[in-house]
Design a protein around this ligand. Structure first.
Ligand code: HEM
Length: 462
């Protein structure tokens, strides 16, 4: 067997000095240039193996002996949502019940019924940009975060944050943003050190209590004022698991309400922000996209039917997810039939039973053996259905894998396609700084930072 390469860990701090904490993911990718597509790192008290080529990722995803492992900040977030879909351990009963009850409520048909609500929030954004005029610099990521938060809260639990009408963050949003940032910081420290960050720990617990209370209050209000709306909250309150015959417990419902708000907005906001950056720095795809939208929508108000006729817009989104996946890393673990025996990968590397393994989307999605010499270029054509079908298996994993893949992918793609269609129908865009160089803020997800644009209403649009 071959040893898995990697930088030598130091006592207590492991490989902390090999990583730039504010750009942890970028540093992990950079290490692969030295150590190759499989290497090991010791971080936060864990001995991890990182995988970054399609060949290796395809191997582990084609086998049955690898399962999800919540890793990094997801472990810290488990304190907030122990029964939430995203943070649940694979064998947890609550995960199976919630997954089976919710899966069809997130399917394409159910999501299509949410078009009017998605349009409601996108129209608020369009109105804001129209009122700004074409000389006001727009903080793109901040507005997309308002858009995606208000959309998921309205569609999932009929809750309006009205973020476009407030300068400050809603206290609920401020609490979970703070909690996400803390989770990231805690993730990179050795576990024992986190016991001594008393002020941070107190703030973490206070935020957690507040989020639980708000979610429980929304649930109680819905029970006191029942509706027939087919939203995710009603699905959770009324749904019965076809396998066990059980209902979701109150704490599982509460945890999933918080999960949807967290998992469902930062990611989609990041996807839209990266897409705009890529379009604004690639005039060819920008023009092709706008031409498709003009041809399909013209000046008509958007309907669900238009969304089925925008293949280039969808390809742009998939290509943006390839080049800049909002979740660049996710965790799995090998499960050996005998925990004392290793699991062999690539016919030559031994992994311990339950050893954390990280899938590095940033590397996988730019594997030159799959995407060629132009892997780093934004070419939406490669994601058109007819070309996407020809790509090898497991080379595009922005939504994770298998039964633990993203339950909200149809929701996110519809929401983003709708936003892109409405915004490109109404506006022309340009970067405030034409020489803007992409910088990335890492915080559970990754997002562009300091990305400012101008939006100019197109002729004939009111
Ligand atoms: C899981 C990405 C949007 C809810 C995941 C995972 C990824 C991901 C990579 C797997 C995580 C892991 O294995 O640890 C994304 C991206 C999105 C997006 C890139 C947008 C572009 C959404 C939306 C929702 C959502 C809109 C809506 C509620 C979830 C949930 C899980 C999940 C609940 C856990 C699923 C399970 O394990 O059963 N997502 N997501 N996501 N996502 Fe998303």
């Amino acid at each position: 067997m071959a040893p898995i390469p990697g930088p030598r860990p130091l006592p207590v701090i492991g490989n902390l000095l090999d990583i730039n904490i504010s750009q942890a993911i970028a540093s992990m990718c950079a290490l692969s240039a030295t150590y190759g597509p499989i290497y090991r790192l010791h971080l936060g008290g864990l001995d991890m193996v990182l995988l970054g080529s399609q060949e290796l990722v395809d191997e582990v995803f084609s086998r049955k002996d690898f399962i999800k492992q919540p890793i990094g900040s997801l472990i810290t977030l488990r304190a907030l949502t122990p029964d939430g879909l995203l943070t649940a351990f694979h064998e947890q009963e609550e995960w199976g019940i919630a997954h089976r009850v919710l899966v069809s409520a997130f399917g394409p048909l159910a999501v299509q019924k949410m078009v009017p609500e998605m349009l409601d929030i996108t129209s608020q954004l369009a109105l804001k940009w129209a009122r700004f005029g074409d000389t006001t610099a727009i903080n793109l990521t901040s507005d997309f975060t308002r858009l995606t938060l208000d959309t998921i809260s309205l569609c999932s639990m009929d809750l309006r944050f009205n973020s476009f009408y407030k300068d400050d963050l809603d206290p609920f949003v401020a609490a979970f943003m703070d909690l996400l940032e803390t989770s990231d910081a805690r993730d990179l420290r050795p576990g024992w050190l986190n016991y001594f960050t008393w002020t941070e720990n107190r703030r973490f617990r206070k935020n957690m209590r507040y989020l639980h209370k708000v979610a429980s209050d929304v649930m109680a209000r819905r029970r006191a004022n029942p509706t027939t709306k087919q939203d995710l909250l009603n699905t959770m309150l009324n749904g019965v698991d076809p396998v066990t015959g059980k209902h979701l417990s109150d704490s599982t419902i509460r945890d999933n309400m918080i999960t949807f708000l967290i998992a469902g907005h930062e990611t989609t906001s990041a996807m839209l922000s990266f897409l705009f950056y890529l379009l604004l720095t690639n005039p060819g795809p920008y023009r092709t996209l706008q031409a498709e939208i003009d041809q399909v929508l013209g000046k008509e108000p958007l309907t669900a039917e238009h969304l089925t006729r925008l293949p280039y817009a969808k390809a742009c989104l998939k290509e943006a997810l390839r080049l800049q996946p909002p979740i660049p890393i996710f965790g799995i673990q090998p499960v050996s039939s005998d925990p004392k025996l290793p699991v062999i990968v690539g016919k030559k590397w031994e992994l311990k039973h339950a050893q954390p393994v990280l899938i590095m989307n940033d590397l996988l999605h730019r594997d030159p053996l799959v995407y060629g010499d132009d892997a780093n270029e934004f070419k939406p054509e490669r994601m058109l259905d007819e070309n996407f079908k020809k790509l090898p298996k497991n080379c595009w994993k922005p939504f994770g894998n298998g039964t633990r893949a993203c339950i909200g992918s149809d929701f996110a793609l519809q929401e983003a396609t709708l936003a892109v269609a409405v915004l490109f129908q109404k506006f022309d865009f340009k970067l405030v700084d034409p020489n803007y160089k992409l910088t990335i803020k890492e915080n559970v997800t990754v997002k562009p930072s300091n990305l400012f644009i101008y939006a100019k209403l197109r002729p004939g649009v009111d």
